[in-house]
Design a protein around this ligand. Structure first.
Ligand code: 13P
Ligand code: SF4
Length: 305
């Protein structure tokens, strides 16, 4: 079976079996081509809440499948590759959050969506990279406990000087591999290129960029821009997707280390096995976790606009 034959079979089977395939932007292009919806974490959450199909197949990491299950508990939610997990999602426990709350009782707890369903139960609001600034502008509390990504937090805090932030030392191990030296080398090698980075990068990297945004934010910025060359400061899969949508433009990696091994685990073969009914892992969450984690997720969707 070749790639195209496998894709055709996936498309035939997903229709026959009422399966909606959701793919995060970091998935490979051959997965994008069979997906019903591709997007950043915020768009995927919104889509998960709206989709009509009874079976949801998440091509991404575990917390994304958990979010789909929380938003649609009556549906069968399958994570295409059970080993695909985001290390950042496990950087804090509910006990850690309880200790922070005790120290700052007047603060609202804001959790990045890259957290387990269990940890989301301790949050007042969930945010994503594309929605954080808009959402936190609308929050009445002045004091914000922002968990777990202090890099995204620092970027958000710059846009909201009227707020007071409490950070913890968490973050994305993939984006943290980028150093200022990478920026200097990339700019020297590609002086006409614009630098587009994800806010999971360190704050000094964000400050040196021409655009900072989510995965789909970066894609649409590059697609709409009149410029012809771009240095991409997020997972390197985005370069592949942009080369398809903008064949007349050039894209360079900010660092060859920008590879998320968890996002890379899912293959077209995993999806083929899932739609055949012999792959992936069905996500189960307790009623308590679903009801407690739903509240801050629904707040995100309502305030995210
Ligand atoms: P976004 O797609 O929301 O930008 O998030 C990037 C990411 O790292 C997801 O794990
Ligand atoms: Fe997690 Fe970073 Fe990978 Fe996103 S890129 S899934 S935040 S490790």
């Amino acid at each position: 079976m070749n790639t195209r034959e496998m894709q055709d079979e996936i498309i035939r089977l997903k229709k026959e079996k009422d399966i909606c395939i959701l793919a995060h932007a970091y998935q490979s292009h051959n997965i994008w081509e069979v997906a019903d919806f591709v997007g950043d974490s915020f768009a995927l959450s919104k889509k998960a809440a709206e989709a009509k199909e009874n079976n949801m197949l998440m091509c991404g990491v575990r917390f994304m499948a958990e979010t789909v299950k929380t938003l649609s508990p009556q549906k069968n939610v399958i994570l295409a590759n059970p080993d695909a997990d985001c290390p950042m999602a496990h950087q804090m426990s509910r006990l850690d959050v309880a200790a922070l709350k005790e120290k700052h009782p007047d603060a609202v707890v804001v959790a990045y969506i890259n957290t387990t369903a269990e940890l989301k139960c301790s949050a007042d609001i969930i945010v994503t990279s594309s929605s954080a600034v808009d959402i936190l502008k609308k929050v009445p509390e002045k004091k914000i406990i922002f968990i777990p990504d202090c890099n995204l937090g620092a970027y958000v805090a710059k846009s909201l000087p009227e707020k007071e932030f409490i950070f913890v030392k968490g973050g994305c191990p993939t984006h943290l591999r980028v150093q200022m030296a990478d920026v200097e080398i990339a700019k020297e090698n590609h002086p006409s290129a614009e630098l587009l980075v994800h806010p999971e990068c360190r704050i000094e990297i964000c400050e040196s960029a021409d655009y900072v945004g989510s995965t789909t934010g970066i894609i649409s910025y590059a697609e709409k821009s009149d410029k012809k060359e771009f240095i991409i400061g997020t997972e390197n899969s985005i370069i592949e997707h942009l080369q398809f949508s903008c064949p007349d433009k050039k894209f360079y990696a900010l660092s060859r280390e920008l590879v998320c091994h968890n996002m890379k685990l899912t293959t077209l073969g995993d999806i083929y096995n899932c739609v055949k009914g012999c792959g992936g892992e069905e996500i189960f969450l307790s009623d308590e976790i679903i009801s407690s984690s739903l509240k801050p997720i629904e707040k995100m969707i309502a305030l995210g606009g």
